[in-house]
Design a protein around this ligand. Structure first.
Ligand SMILES: NC(=O)c1ccc[n+]([C@@H]2O[C@H](COP(=O)([O-])OP(=O)(O)OC[C@H]3O[C@@H](n4cnc5c(N)ncnc54)[C@H](O)[C@@H]3O)[C@@H](O)[C@H]2O)c1
Ligand SMILES: [Zn+2]
Length: 378
């Protein structure tokens, strides 16, 4: 896994096409220290007054590298360091970012840079959306999950004691900068959690990508840099496409919740922090595949392929052993803001998803089947 021989791919660039709110995603190695890229992303003197928001885990690892590049451009930098953890993704944490911006007298055309995983990105992005009614911000995601999912698409939020991500805004960044080198320090469990979202894209919208993942899952888990680069690129491409079609989740974007209805139930009943989000989603995808199979939408071999890939990515596959009622209640609560009816993301083939309600009895049966170990596979 050593860093020698790290790829030097041509800088890969994608675009999230949202009219005058369009923005680039840059994917590559050593981008944190790439002064010429930063010079391009921060073209005006006003934009070079900036707040670097990070946490006390990621900051010590990467803030200095980024600052050195920004210093070369003569940037004036204020660093805001948050405590690490989902439990700090709160209105209080949001307040800390705002306090830091105020104290540094940031202006409306200053830039906020969010350096960290999805927690930092969500919280700093929400603060950017509110500060002086909106200041430019750049996402620099450092977890696999944030690189393939949360940093792209403009959903920002903090949690409320009564519900996760309940206070937030749709607010698009100016750019997303993905430095693949940051993945080298990520814990194995976090890498697996990110893989859940990667697998999700294959299941719902790209059969060829799913097949590619089956071939390369071991290489990805051992952090082969070129494979990681390709996976991140493809996921961002798919997410950018969905977001461009449906920025505010009126339709297609809901398919990205594959595995999440069940996953959220596991997270909330277990108590947040027990299972990582990606772990709950991995297990949720097993349940959703089981349900799709039971309803005759996909065949057993397709279901098994999904189960195998989830397991190969080091994710838990056995759903917690609670009565179905517990899940159903948690899922109804999760969806309360909508019509009250639980709508499930199901597969009708590998790479093809849709949304529909399902009767509780079929759901209970799928839950039960997913509480045991995976069936022996030929
Ligand atoms: N906005 C969206 O569309 C969206 C989508 C999915 C998830 N999310 C949110 O994202 C959050 C989860 O994000 P996450 O999985 O990135 O968790 P996270 O931000 O908590 O990061 C996981 C852990 O890894 C550490 N870390 C981050 N980068 C590291 C690195 N390069 N090396 C070593 N350690 C590193 C973090 O400090 C943290 O301890 C949740 O709050 C979820 O609600 C948002
Ligand atoms: Zn997710």
């Amino acid at each position: 896994m050593g860093s020698s021989g790290l790829l030097q791919p041509a800088l890969r660039r994608l675009e999230v096409a949202l009219g005058d709110r369009s923005y680039p995603i840059h994917i590559g190695t050593r981008l944190l220290s790439d002064a010429s890229l930063w010079s391009q992303l921060l073209p005006t003197p006003a934009s070079r007054r900036l707040a670097l928001v990070t946490n006390d885990c990621v900051g010590p690892l990467y803030a200095e590298t980024l600052k050195q590049a920004l210093d070369q451009l003569g940037c004036q930098i204020t660093t805001i360091v948050l405590p690490d953890g989902e439990q700090y993704k709160t209105l209080e944490g949001f307040g800390k970012v705002i306090d830091g911006l105020m104290q540094a007298r940031m202006e409306r055309k200053s830039t906020l840079i969010a350096l960290g995983g999805g927690v930092v990105g969500d919280m700093a992005g929400f603060a950017a959306s509110c500060y002086q009614r909106g200041m430019p911000f750049i996402q620099v995601p450092t977890t696999l999950l944030a690189q393939v999912d949360s940093s792209v698409g403009g959903k920002t939020a903090v949690n409320h004691p009564l519900g996760k991500n309940m206070v937030g805004a749709f607010y698009q960044p100016q750019a997303v900068v993905i430095d693949l080198n940051t993945l080298s320090t990520l814990a194995d469990q976090e890498l697996s959690a990110g893989m859940a979202e990667v697998i999700k894209y294959g299941c719902i919208m790209d059969e060829a990508f799913f097949q590619w993942l089956e071939t390369h899952v071991d290489g990805l888990m051992s952090r082969d840099p070129e494979l990681l680069a390709q996976a991140v690129y493809r996921c961002c491409e798919l997410k950018a496409k969905v977001v461009a079609m449906d920025e505010r989740e009126a339709g297609a974007r809901a398919l990205l919740n594959f595995g999440h209805t069940f996953g959220h139930a596991i997270e909330s009943e277990m108590g947040y922090g027990q299972w990582l989000h990606g772990e709950a989603v991995g297990c949720g995808m097993r349940i959703a595949s089981q349900l799709s199979c039971q309803l005759g939408l996909i065949d057993t071999p397709t279901k098994r392929r999904i189960e195998r890939l989830i397991a190969a990515a080091g994710l838990p596959t056995q759903a917690p052993n609670w009565p179905a009622q517990i899940y159903l209640k948690a899922m109804a609560h999760d969806k309360k803001a909508e019509s009250g009816e639980i709508r499930y993301v199901l597969l009708q083939a590998m790479g093809k998803a849709f949304v529909r309600p399902v009767d509780d009895q079929a759901v209970s049966q799928a839950l039960k089947a997913s509480q045991g170990p995976l069936e022996q596979q030929a």
